[in-house]
Ligand binder design. Structure first.
Ligand SMILES: Cc1cc2nc3c(=O)[nH]c(=O)nc-3n(C[C@H](O)[C@H](O)[C@H](O)COP(=O)(O)OP(=O)(O)OC[C@H]3O[C@@H](n4cnc5c(N)ncnc54)[C@H](O)[C@@H]3O)c2cc1C
Length: 402
């Protein structure tokens, strides 16, 4: 297993549970998450439930029932998507990355799977029936199978049977973690402010990292990564004043951040492997399909991949058949969400005028209509094309959240 992000850790748990001997390799000296928070959708929560981890995710994270977007100038709500059309018990969870990492990492350690850190995988080597990992520190192996869970920048993507180009996206964002602020925010909603698609500011409730810990939120500001240096030059105060002008209620968040050092710049890229498997290698998560987080699906898709790979290995008679089955199980869900993400991102992050106009007019009006509300809820929940049913999982976490 190369890469100890959500995709790698979940796959390691599934494979170990099925009796495989798993070795994990991670480039960092200490396995750790990067960045602020993310949304676990009903799909990702169902996979965590299958791993026995959804109860803790639900207990620590923040229950998210709605996604609300407001036009900063008029104050008009232009996006309001709730999970309720899918059932009153259906929701997402806003969670800090560190919490998700801990949830997955603890059972990995308990199962005795050591993570070999400071091991930056660079390439693979093969003989007729085995495969090795190579890094500047030498060769590790032999293994029956390499699972590439090294994210969007994986150096092994050329090993896939059919690739696809990586496209850096024009916009990224700066993200930071701040204490929860009640005034003007709902604990159960991802709240965003827009000025056309040029300005996007968001606050995502994250719950707590530990029982009894402080409640937190992720704060983000959309920007072009190559404009970040100029922003830093303008100074934190000038930028804060601009953010406050668009959204006065974020003043406490900005005060809590205090400097640009509290923010992490995230660059987004889009790539989809047409066939995320090769000779004794398989790709899960962002190494197979990376995109902007606008739809909040990436970690959930990584978890779905992990579950699908485990089902495929169980179902098939030999490794090539299992990898073929894995590709089949995930193909259409991945393609649909990659397409949706690529298509929808410019409605929220671009310099254009027409797309945000459509978003705030036509789409906002259509979203009042029941069938469209249901479609949007299904899309945001990650449930279009029923990816869970394909791998024999329940579509939503149970009330007990186990
Ligand atoms: C700002 C931001 C917000 C997001 N919000 C959401 C959200 O709300 N919901 C959602 O579902 N998704 C979200 N995503 C996407 C989500 O973070 C990713 O899709 C998810 O982390 C992918 O998991 P992964 O395990 O495939 O890869 P990663 O999380 O990228 O993990 C890859 C791991 O591999 C390691 N690695 C990399 N290269 C090497 C190497 N050469 N050798 C060894 N190890 C290596 C890395 O250090 C890392 O630990 C967001 C992403 C960003 C940037």
């Amino acid at each position: 297993m190369a890469g100890a992000g959500p995709g790698g850790l979940a796959t390691a748990l599934y494979l170990s549970r099925a009796g495989h001997r798993v070795h994990l390799f991670e480039r960092f000296t200490r396995a750790r998450p990067i960045g602020s928070g993310l949304m676990l959708q009903p799909t990702g929560l169902a996979v965590l439930a299958d791993l026995g981890l959804a109860g803790r995710a639900t207990a620590l994270g923040a229950r998210i029932d709605r996604l609300v977007g407001t036009d900063a100038r008029s104050g008009r709500a232009v996006l309001d998507v709730g999970y309720w059309p899918l059932g009153t018990h259906v929701h997402a969870i806003g969670i800090h990355r560190a919490t998700l990492f801990k949830l997955l990492h603890e059972p990995v350690s308990e199962r005795g799977m050591a993570i070999r850190t400071a091991y930056p995988v660079a390439s693979v080597e093969r003989d007729t029936d085995r495969i090795w990992l190579r890094s500047p520190h030498g060769l590790e192996g032999p293994f029956d199978l390499v699972v590439d869970a090294m994210g969007a920048g994986s150096p092994l993507r050329a090993e896939a049977r059919r690739g696809g180009p990586t496209r850096p996206l024009g916009f990224g964002a700066v993200w930071g973690t701040v204490p929860w602020v009640d005034d003007g925010f709902s604990r159960h909603a991802l709240t965003q402010r827009y000025v056309k698609a040029k300005v996007m500011i968001g606050v995502l409730p994250l719950g707590r990292r530990t029982r009894g810990g402080v409640e937190e939120a992720a704060f983000f500001w959309s920007l072009k990564p190559d404009e970040y240096a100029a922003l830093e030059q303008r100074g934190f105060e000038a930028w804060s004043a601009e953010v406050r002008r668009h959204w006065p209620a974020t003043a406490p968040h900005l005060a809590a951040l205090g400097t640009f050092e509290a923010l992490t710049l995230a660059r987004y890229a889009h790539q989809t492997l047409a066939h995320p498997a090769g000779d004794r290698i398989v790709f899960v998560g962002d190494s197979a399909h990376a995109t902007s987080p606008q739809l909040g699906q990436g970690a959930n898709m990584a978890l779905l991949d992990a579950a699908a790979l485990s089902v495929a290995l169980e179902r098939a008679d030999d490794l090539p058949a299992a990898l073929g089955e894995y590709v089949r199980l995930r193909r259409w869900h991945v393609r649909l969400y990659q397409l949706l993400s690529l298509t929808l991102t410019p409605f929220y992050q671009s310099n254009g005028h027409l797309l945000p106009l459509l978003r705030d007019g036509l789409v906002a009006a259509a979203a009042q209509w029941g069938p469209v509300q249901r479609l949007l809820a299904g899309m945001v929940a990650g449930q279009l094309l029923r990816p869970l049913e394909a791998i024999g999982l329940e579509p939503a976490p149970t009330r007990s959240g186990t």
